[in-house]
Design a protein around this ligand. Structure first.
Ligand code: NAD
Ligand code: IPM
Ligand code: MN
Length: 366
């Protein structure tokens, strides 16, 4: 049963089964404490562990074994740590096989976050990123393969076929762009009900790429117009990057292509205080998975100091998805309280707490 893009209503007899794929490097160090906190908040959730990467290779002889695929399929959603390479086939499966079309990446500073900005309280917007198309998944090849195309397209800048080189293909379907646009509008409406302006901002390179980003612009404009009660603004993507830093208070819901969203989400995370703070959720018509914006932080693996905030807040998004809004709020409030007090913070936030000490502090305020 579905209840909009960002919610899933469970049928009365449907178990709230969640697959957990912890991922590579330091990712498991934030995943398992998060599972423990979610379980404490909602005892009826059932978590099943899907093995991947090196651990799965040893146990099953494959980085993405059939067993894990089946657990992902049986579950209503997945909590994913991050891939540092070995778990990438799982990420690919969660995106393209589970058709999770849109990636929601909230960017919100709160007191205690160690932001490099002068007025970090102005950061309170959400990036809506295409999760499936654009340059992803990679489709690359030798320049020579373009020879046939070059001769049949008079308007094209012909590629330098006399040189060695490669190309990459960018795909943008109307259907996917419309889904992303609709998700942005739905989110802007939800936020408007909470007091935000109800403003959708598109960032794209429509001036230079009329068939892809230009079409994206048409579709987003038209979708926002149909919704009626939303504001709309659009900027070329390079200018939008500047605005994100200079006037973040002008942003509410920011709709971006896959690559632009990938890059600007990390940049925005840097503005509020770092990757340790940035959660995300990926939603499709029938499935969702939740992962932090950050990667597997290989430089922190085994040190016990990775910041679990991004993962915990991704867990809160999971709770919202399954209709446990009250528990999600409790979790967010507990995290906020730890930052407000500022006594138990991980090293990326200027403190000396270990991951375990930080999680213990959050648990205390649940
Ligand atoms: P990264 O996000 O793992 O790390 C970048 C920097 O941020 C590092 O200095 C790291 O220590 C720090 N950092 C990240 N998360 C942190 C946290 N929770 N607390 C404190 N500090 C944190 O990005 P990278 O180093 O460019 O990539 C490492 C690997 O992760 C690569 O294999 C990359 O492809 C992968 N990756 C995966 C995902 C995903 O699975 N969705 C996302 C991004 C990167
Ligand atoms: C992310 C990551 C991924 C992406 C990589 C690991 C494929 O950077 O989720 O932000 O580019 O989408
Ligand atoms: Mn990324």
């Amino acid at each position: 049963m579905s209840a909009g893009i960002f919610r899933r209503t469970l049928a009365p007899d449907e178990p709230a089964l969640i697959c957990v794929v912890a991922g590579d490097d330091a990712a498991p160090e934030v995943v398992w404490p998060t599972v423990e906190i979610l379980q404490r908040l909602v005892p009826e959730l059932r978590f099943v562990r899907g093995s991947s990467g090196r651990e799965a290779e040893e146990r099953y002889g494959a980085a993405f074994p059939q067993e894990t695929r089946e657990l992902i399929d049986r579950a209503v959603c997945t909590l994913f740590g991050a891939s540092g390479g070995p778990s990438r086939p799982v990420l690919w499966y969660l995106r393209w096989s589970k058709d999770t079309r849109v990636n929601i990446r909230p960017v919100r500073w709160q007191p205690g976050y160690r932001s490099p900005m002068r007025e970090p309280e102005h950061f309170d917007f959400v990036i809506v990123r295409d999760n499936l198309e654009g340059m992803y998944p990679p489709r690359e090849g030798d320049l020579a393969e373009l020879a046939a195309l070059a001769s049949s397209r008079s308007w094209w800048q012909p590629p330098p076929l006399d040189r060695q080189g490669a190309y990459a293909v960018r795909i943008c379907t109307d259907e996917q762009m419309a889904y992303v646009a609709q998700a942005a509008c739905e989110l802007a409406l939800e936020r408007k009900a909470q007091g935000y302006p109800g403003r959708v901002t598109l960032g794209a390179k429509y001036s230079i790429q009329p068939r892809t980003d230009g079409r994206f612009r048409e579709i987003v404009r038209e979708t926002v117009r149909r919704y009626g009660e939303l504001e709309y603004q659009e900027f070329l993507i390079d200018d939008l990057a500047r605005r994100m830093v200079a006037v973040p208070e002008s942003l509410d819901v920011v709709v971006l292509s896959n690559e632009h969203g990938d890059i600007l989400a990390d940049m925005a995370a840097g503005c509020i205080g770092g990757l340790g703070l940035a959660p995300s959720g990926c939603y499709g018509p029938t499935y969702a998975y939740f992962e932090p914006v950050h990667g597997s932080a290989p430089d922190l693996a085994g040190k016990g100091v990775i910041n679990p905030t991004a993962m915990l807040l991704s867990g809160a998004m999971l709770l919202d998805y399954l209709g446990y809004g009250e528990q999600a709020l409790r979790l967010r409030e507990a995290v906020a309280e730890v930052y407000r007090r500022g006594q138990v913070l991980p090293p990326d936030q200027g403190g000396r707490a270990t991951t375990a000490e930080f999680v213990e502090a959050v648990r205390h305020f649940l």
